[in-house]
Design a protein around this ligand. Structure first.
Ligand SMILES: Nc1ncnc2c1ncn2[C@@H]1O[C@H](COP(=O)(O)OP(=O)(O)OP(=O)(O)O)[C@@H](O)[C@H]1O
Ligand SMILES: [Mg+2]
Length: 383
C-alpha cells in the first residue's frame, strides 16, 4: 500500500499522522479457495485469514485437506477457484520461489553427505549470497536452533531431533515471511516431540515469523498455537484461539476432535431464566441458552470430563446441575483417575479427577455429580 501524496495540503497532513495499520493486512488470506483431485473435493470454498506473526495450526483428521491447503499456499499446486494473498498481494500463478513463503515437510530430506553448516547454507548458495554473509547467517541459525558446535557434523550422523532442527534452520535462513510446516514432528518419539514443540514455539516467537503448522494431533495444536483452524472434509469448521475452540465448540465434531467430551443427546424441553433445559432420557439438564433453539428441537449437550465434579452427602448442593450415578469403571491414568459413571440406564458419563486431590471412588459406589452451568455447551444435531 503506498501512502501517496496529495495536493489538498494541511488538512490531509493531519490525517497522514494517523499510523497506517499495516498489521491489519493478514500474512495469508484465502478467499473461496477450492481444489479438486478427480472426484475428490480436497478443499471446498475455504476462506481463511492468518494474522501476521501468528502461530496458526491447521488441525483435522487424515484426508481433510490440510496438506492440500499448505501446498496451495506454497505454490506447489494451483487452486481451481479462489484467490490466495500473501501480505495483501495475490500470488496466484506465481511459482513457489516468488512467494516469500517457505516450507518444512515431514520427511525433511537433508543432504546426508553434507555437513550441518552446508545444509543450512544451501538456500543461500542458490541465491548466490556471498561467503561472508553466508557464514554469518548460518551462525545465527545454528544459535537459533541450539546446534552450535555441530556445524561440521555430517547430516547422516544426526539424531532425529537434530536433523529436524537443521531442516528448520535451512527453511528459516532465507528469512521467509511465512513458514509452512507439514507435520514436521511426526517422525519423532513422544518425548522429543514435546521438547521440539516448545522449541518451535520459542523460535517462532523470537523471529516473529508467521507459522502455519499442520497437525492432526489436537494436543499439539492446543499447546503450540495462537490460533487453530479446525478442518473436516475439505472445509474449515471453526477458527479461534485454543481456549475458544475448547470451551466454545460450535459443532459436535469440534467438541469431539478437540479434547474429550461427554455427549448427551436429547430434546429441548423449555427455558428457565437464561438456561435452556434439555431432556435426556429421564434427566433434565440445563445449559447456556443459545439462539435458534425451539422447544422440541434435537440438541446435544457436550460436557468436558474434567469439568464434572464428584462428591457425596450433598457436597455439590450449590451447583445447578446435579445427578446421582453409580461408578461402573475406574481407570488409573497416572496424574488422573477416569471414572465411568452410569447416571441413567444406558447413559454413562466420563468423569476425570486429579489423582492427587480427588477421591478414588470404588466401582459400585453411588456418587453425586455436578457441574457449573458454563461447563456445558448445547449443540445442534450430531452431524
Ligand atoms: N495429488 C493428489 N491426487 C489425488 N488425490 C489427492 C491428491 N492430493 C490429495 N488428494 C486427496 O485429497 C484429500 C485431501 O488430502 P490432503 O493430503 O490434503 O489431506 P491431509 O489433511 O493432509 O491428510 P493427512 O493428515 O493424512 O496428511 C484426500 O482425500 C486425498 O486423498
Ligand atoms: Mg497431510
Amino acid at each position: 500500500m503506498s501512502s501517496g501524496s496529495s495536493a489538498v495540503g494541511e488538512s490531509v497532513k493531519m490525517v497522514e499522522t494517523t499510523p497506517v495499520m499495516i498489521e491489519d493486512v493478514p500474512a495469508i488470506r484465502l478467499e473461496g479457495v477450492a481444489k479438486q483431485f478427480g472426484q475428490v473435493e480436497a478443499l471446498r470454498a475455504c476462506d481463511l485469514s492468518v494474522p501476521k506473526g501468528c502461530f496458526l495450526s491447521l488441525l483435522g483428521p487424515s484426508g481433510c485437506g490440510k496438506t492440500t491447503m499448505l501446498r496451495l499456499i506454497a505454490g506447489f499446486e494451483s487452486q481451481d477457484r479462489g484467490t490466495i494473498r500473501v501480505h495483501g498481494e495475490t500470488v496466484d500463478g506465481l511459482p513457489p520461489n516468488k512467494r516469500n513463503v517457505n516450507t518444512v515437510f515431514q520427511g525433511y530430506a537433508l543432504f546426508p553427505h553434507r555437513t550441518v553448516a552446508q545444509n543450512i547454507a544451501f538456500p543461500l548458495e542458490i541465491k548466490k549470497v556471498g561467503k561472508a554473509e553466508r557464514r554469518e547467517r548460518v551462525g545465527e541459525m545454528l544459535a537459533l536452533v541450539h546446534l552450535e558446535g555441530l556445524e561440521e557434523r555430517k547430516a547422516s550422523q544426526l539424531s532425529g531431533g537434530q536433523a529436524q532442527r537443521v531442516a528448520l534452520a535451512r527453511a528459516l535462513v532465507g528469512r521467509p515471511e511465512v513458514l509452512l510446516l507439514d507435520e514436521p514432528l511426526a517422525a519423532l518419539d513422544l518425548k522429543l516431540r514435546k521438547a521440539m514443540q516448545l522449541e518451535l514455539r520459542r523460535i517462532q516467537q523470537e523471529l516473529g515469523t508467521t507459522f502455519i503448522f499442520v497437525t492432526h494431533d489436537q494436543s499439539e495444536a492446543l499447546t503450540m498455537s495462537d490460533q487453530i483452524v479446525l478442518m473436516n472434509g475439505g472445509e474449515i469448521v471453526q477458527q479461534g484461539a485454543p481456549a475458544d475452540l475448547y470451551d466454545r465448540p460450535q459443532t459436535v465434531f469440534a467438541s469431539q476432535f478437540i479434547g474429550e467430551a461427554n455427549l448427551l443427546e436429547g430434546r429441548v424441553a423449555g427455558r428457565q431464566g437464561s438456561d435452556l433445559l434439555v431432556r435426556v432420557g429421564p434427566l433434565e439438564i440445563a445449559g447456556p441458552d443459545s439462539e435458534g433453539f425451539s422447544v422440541g428441537d434435537e440438541a446435544v449437550l457436550s460436557v468436558r470430563p474434567e469439568k464434572i465434579l464428584a462428591g457425596h452427602n450433598g457436597s455439590l448442593d450449590g451447583l445447578p446441575n446435579r445427578l446421582t450415578g453409580v461408578v461402573r469403571e475406574q481407570i488409573f491414568l497416572g496424574h488422573l483417575i477416569r471414572f465411568i459413571v452410569e447416571v441413567a440406564p444406558g447413559t454413562n458419563l466420563v468423569v476425570e479427577q486429579s489423582a492427587a486431590h480427588g477421591e478414588a471412588w470404588a466401582v459400585g459406589a453411588t456418587i453425586e455429580l455436578g457441574w457449573a452451568q458454563d461447563a456445558v455447551t448445547v449443540l445442534s444435531g450430531i452431524r
